[in-house]
Design a protein around this ligand. Structure first.
Ligand code: NAD
Ligand code: GLY
Length: 363
């Protein structure tokens, strides 16, 4: 495949950059050669499991460069200042300098950590995102948010640091376990709900093919879902307004993840419950019909995502939503679906309405 044949969507905010879809790992070197002529040294940052699966394919195309592979352990806890410092030590030992290029090979954890590292190492070095999970391909690799966590909360220390390119090789998804697929599906369904009713129809009509991992259908799903994210961040890269819509389901979902101490509920399951709770609240406000709420629940259920939970206290969950980063002046700011394919920012949700929305998902 020649570089000209790649499918390209452009993020047009700030400094524009391409999201290249169907881009083989082996070909990234050609892209670097063509577009980043002064690069000599490359740091590939990943974890061992992903390196075992994909580093050789990536390195095959990078024979003209001095390449160092830096691995970190897997898991959300690696998004830490300690790991950032260790990466810095390792990068210096490899002779990295201001002209080095970082390639973030992995899911959202690697993308966020390596991206933040690239944003601060010697005041910022070049970055290419190579997402290998569904969530990373449709969501986290696009839009420039990079961060590490702090004991006070997730992604508290971060930056907007757009990559030079997002290099999306669909074939990496073949090795992804279904639980990880679910995390990406929850975000993809969210994209459809926010901005693309026809993508929601696609999910409904292609649900069996999606579950069977039909290659062509997955390509279309990733392409269409990434396109939603690209369009939104192109209009509002710094989250002054529109980009906040991407938080649909997340205020509810984060409260659930927090109450469960991030154990026993995956991020995708939290988002799924959050989408249903937000839809219930929107229904009470007349923004979405009961039939549309049922369509959403049915689709999420089809993919094995949760639409009900047990043994939770809605008051505790409501209380936890008090700490949401989007709230302003003590007022809860929530994203609500408006039918299927649109969403709105709501500043007037009463606690009683939020409680009712929670009660409907707790059985
Ligand atoms: P992840 O990065 O933890 O990856 C999940 C697991 O899949 C890991 O164990 C990883 O080793 C493994 N894996 C990755 N690619 C694989 C492959 N191709 N085959 C087999 N296994 C593979 O999880 P994630 O869901 O990709 O990302 C979650 C992170 O993304 C969170 O930290 C979240 O805060 C962040 N996030 C960031 C943004 C953003 O805009 N920056 C948006 C959404 C989420
Ligand atoms: N995933 C939310 C955002 O990128 O803004």
């Amino acid at each position: 495949m020649s570089l000209a044949e790649l499918q390209k969507i452009e993020v047009t905010a700030g400094r524009p950059y391409p999201v290249l879809l169907g881009a083989p790992l082996e070909e990234l070197g050609k892209y670097v050669q063509a577009h980043l002529k002064d690069v000599e040294h490359i740091l590939i940052i990943t974890n061992q499991a992903i390196a075992d699966l994909y580093a050789e394919r990536l390195k095959k195309g990078l024979l003209d460069y001095r390449v160092n592979l830096l691995t970190v352990p897997a898991g959300e806890t690696e998004k830490s200042l300690e790991r950032l410092s260790q990466l810095t030590t390792a990068a210096l030992r490899c002779g990295a300098d201001r002209h080095s290029l970082v390639i973030a090979l992995g899911g959202g954890v690697i993308g966020d950590l390596s991206g933040f590292f690239a944003s601060v190492f010697m005041r910022g070095i070049r970055l290419i995102q190579v997402p290998t999970t569904l969530l990373a391909q449709v969501d986290s690799s696009i839009g420039g948010k990079v961060a590490v966590n702090h004991p006070a909360g997730k992604n508290i220390i971060g930056a907007f640091y757009p990559p030079l390119a997002v290099w999306t090789d669909f074939t990496t998804l073949e090795s992804l376990p279904w639980e990880e697929v679910e995390n990406g599906l929850a975000e993809s369904v969210k994209h459809a709900l926010i901005a693309d009713a026809s993508l929601f129809d696609f999910f409904e009509t292609q649900q069996e093919s999606i579950k069977q991992r039909d290659t062509m259908i997955w390509r279309e799903m990733v392409t269409r879902s990434s396109t939603v994210k690209v369009k939104i961040v192109s209009q509002d890269e710094r989250e002054q307004g529109l980009r906040a819509l991407l938080n649909l389901g997340h205020s509810f979902g984060h409260a659930l993840e927090t109450v469960m101490n991030y154990h026993g509920v995956t991020h995708g399951q939290g988002v799924s419950i959050g989408l249903v709770a937000a839809a219930n609240l929107a229904n009470a406000k007349g923004l979405i019909t009961t039939a549309e709420v049922e369509r959403i629940k049915h689709l999420l259920n089809t993919f094995g995502l949760l639409t009900e939970i047990k043994d939770q206290d809605p008051q505790v969950l409501l209380q936890l939503m008090q700490a949401d980063k989007k709230n302003q002046g003590g007022r809860k700011i929530l994203i609500l679906p408006q039918g299927i394919g649109q969403a709105v920012i709501s500043r007037d949700c009463a606690d009683s309405e939020i409680l009712d929305a929670w009660k409907q998902v707790i059985k």
